[in-house]
Write a protein that binds this ligand. Structure first.
Ligand code: PLP
Length: 371
């Protein structure tokens, strides 16, 4: 059995995105050209923009296409003319953008601490423009953040709110239009890699990251990735009608099955979470060993802390929740698709137990030999 359980890293390209991309592949032209070829391809870009905007409940002029969420997050935060607050569990492409950012801590359940946020807001009162960046759901733990409360607090203090909604859009419902800025990545929702967008309120000052042409209303120079944009719109359309209830049921079943064998395995189990995500702790077994063992058994999973270089480093997210370094280096993230089956989660649970037993046996043999 080969099972891809790493949807939070990248979801497989969905059929509608594939078809939409193939359809525009044959259309010649640069969307900025004024001749008929240019106008033809421009129509496709604008159609996609309208689709995305209407799904998110915003004006289409609020969408700025980018090369992905990394760029969208940088665009939102980098040149914001004022103080920035970011949560402790943000992806690096938010967390590391501003050296002067103040960090909003999270609780041991992985939820952004609203009391601390209020304290920070009080401290910053009357000190100029402020942008709060809190993700909608965490990519490692799947924990859903109290965005509505963050928005309400921000309003009270006249601050803007940006949210990295990469893992949440298409998986949970939220009035996305209530955010001042939001970042999306196509490849997390069944679209192609290398494309995303930033949704921005008209009253927010946005300074481009690059120098170049006047595309995207002067916010993002460079010829638009037409195929990617069209694929993203189709994927978003498909993802928002996806029913995740069965995935959630199977994720819970998987957790129950492993927990009945070994207690205290699931991280942040009691928090509101994405329906497809679970983070599992295997005591005494390094994440790398687990990932390789699962791979050999046909399951693709990841350490939540796997970085872009492919290396695994201690998870800042888990440590900010108060997990020890050791424990955070013994966890893996399992992120399921909407088409996951009962057989697949049952097989995974058996493999988890087999890896655990084998590693414990190895360890006790080693202890016996070295005694
Ligand atoms: N934000 C979150 C929460 C993510 O999970 C990721 C991808 O891992 C990104 C941002 C980066 O997205 P992209 O690959 O589109 O740059």
């Amino acid at each position: 059995m080969i099972c891809y359980f790493d949807y939070n890293a990248t979801a497989p390209l969905c059929v509608s995105a594939q078809k939409a991309m193939c359809d525009v592949m044959d259309i010649v032209g640069n969307p900025s050209s004024v001749h008929s070829f240019g106008r033809n391809i421009r129509k496709e870009v604008e159609k996609a923009r309208k689709t995305i905007a209407s799904i998110l409940g915003v004006e289409s002029t609020r969408i700025i296409f980018t090369s992905g969420a990394t760029e969208a997050n940088n665009l939102a935060l980098k040149h914001f003319p004022g103080q920035v607050f970011v949560s402790a569990i943000e992806h690096d492409c938010v967390y590391n953008v501003r050296e002067d950012a103040k960090i909003i801590p999270v609780t041991e359940n992985g939820i952004v601490c609203l009391i601390k946020l209020k304290e920070l807001l009080e401290e910053h009162k009357d000190k100029g423009p402020l942008l709060i960046s809190v993700m909608a759901a965490n990519n490692e733990t799947g924990v859903i953040q109290p965005l509505a409360e963050v928005v309400a607090l921000a309003k009270e203090y006249g601050a803007y709110v940006h949210s990295d909604i990469v893992q949440a859009v298409g998986r949970i419902e939220f009035p996305w239009h209530t955010l001042d800025m939001a970042s999306i990545s196509a490849h997390k929702i069944g679209g192609p890699t290398g494309v995303g967008c930033l949704v921005v309120s008209p009253n927010l000052p946005i300074k481009p990251l690059f120098v170049g042409g006047g595309q995207e209303r002067f916010h993002r120079p460079g010829t638009e990735n037409t195929m990617g944009i069209v694929g993203m719109a189709a994927a978003l359309k498909e993802s928002v009608i996806q029913d995740w209830r069965n995935t959630e049921r199977l994720r819970d079943l998987l957790e129950d099955s492993i927990s009945s064998f070994c207690s205290d395995v699931c991280i942040a189990k009691t928090s509101p979470r994405l329906p497809n995500t679970t983070m599992l702790w295997m005591s005494g077994v390094k994440s790398e060993t687990q990932i390789m063992s699962f791979d050999l058994a046909g399951f693709s999973v990841s350490a939540g802390s796997a970085c872009s270089s492919g290396k695994i480093r201690p998870s800042r997210v888990l440590q900010s929740m108060g997990l020890s370094l050791e424990k955070s280096q013994q966890t893996i993230r399992v992120s399921l698709g909407a088409d996951v089956t009962l057989e697949a989660v049952q097989a995974f649970s058996q493999v988890w137990q087999a890896i655990y037993k084998k590693c414990l046996e190895k360890e006790s043999n080693y202890e016996l030999r070295s005694a």
